[in-house]
Design a protein around this ligand. Structure first.
Ligand SMILES: [Zn+2]
Length: 176
C-alpha cells in the first residue's frame, strides 16, 4: 500500500502563481423550463396542494408528475390531487446542511410514501417525496419506530410560498 506519494507537494500560493491558472469565482446564472408536468406540481405547491399524475394504462400515480409513464411509455395527462398524508418509508439523521456544512443539531430527513387513495398498491410506490421531518426524534430513527409513521405536510404560510418543494416546511406526525 502506498504510504507516501512520489513528487513535490505544491503549496496553495505556489499553485496560484503557476502561469495559466486563474483564480476566479464563477457567476454563471441559468434558468430552465420546468415543463408541463413539473409546472403542475410547482403551481400546486404554491396553493398548498400535492399534485400527481395518473397513468391511463397502468394506473400508477407519479409524484412529482412526469409527462410519460416509465412502464407503459404513454403520455400522462390526468392530474390528481393527493391528500398529502403518507407514511415514512426511509429516515436518516443528517448532520450535513443543504449547503454541505456540518450542523451541530441534526435534521431528520427521508422519503415519504404519499397516500394515493383509490389507486393500486403498485401506484403507491411511485408517489414519494424526499423531505425533512419535524417532530421525529433521533431515537425514533435509531429504534426504527419512525418507519411507517403516519405524517402530513406542514405548509408555509400562503404568502411565503414560491412554488417550490420548500413550500412544505416539513412532514410532521399525524396526531391520532
Ligand atoms: Zn403506466
Amino acid at each position: 500500500m502506498t504510504k507516501k506519494y512520489p513528487g513535490t507537494y505544491l503549496k496553495r500560493d505556489e499553485m496560484y502563481s503557476l502561469p495559466g491558472l486563474v483564480r476566479y469565482k464563477p457567476t454563471a446564472k441559468y434558468s430552465f423550463s420546468a415543463g408541463i408536468a413539473q409546472t403542475k406540481f410547482l403551481e400546486g405547491l404554491k396553493k398548498g396542494k400535492i399534485i400527481g399524475v395518473k397513468c391511463p394504462s397502468c394506473g400508477r400515480v407519479y409524484v412529482p408528475p412526469r409527462a410519460f409513464c416509465e412502464y407503459c411509455h404513454v403520455p400522462m395527462n390526468e392530474y390528481v390531487e393527493l391528500p398529502g398524508t403518507g407514511e415514512i418509508h426511509t429516515a436518516v439523521i443528517s448532520y450535513i446542511s443543504t449547503f454541505r456544512q456540518r450542523m451541530d443539531k441534526p435534521e431528520i430527513v427521508g422519503v415519504v410514501k404519499l397516500d394515493a387513495p383509490g389507486y393500486t398498491k403498485e401506484s403507491y410506490e411511485f408517489a414519494g417525496l424526499f423531505h425533512r421531518f419535524c417532530g421525529i426524534t433521533e431515537e425514533d430513527v435509531i429504534s426504527g419506530k419512525a418507519i411507517g409513521m403516519r405524517v402530513k405536510p406542514r405548509w408555509k404560510p400562503e404568502n411565503e410560498r414560491t412554488g417550490s418543494v420548500t413550500d412544505i416546511e416539513c412532514f410532521e406526525p399525524v396526531e391520532s
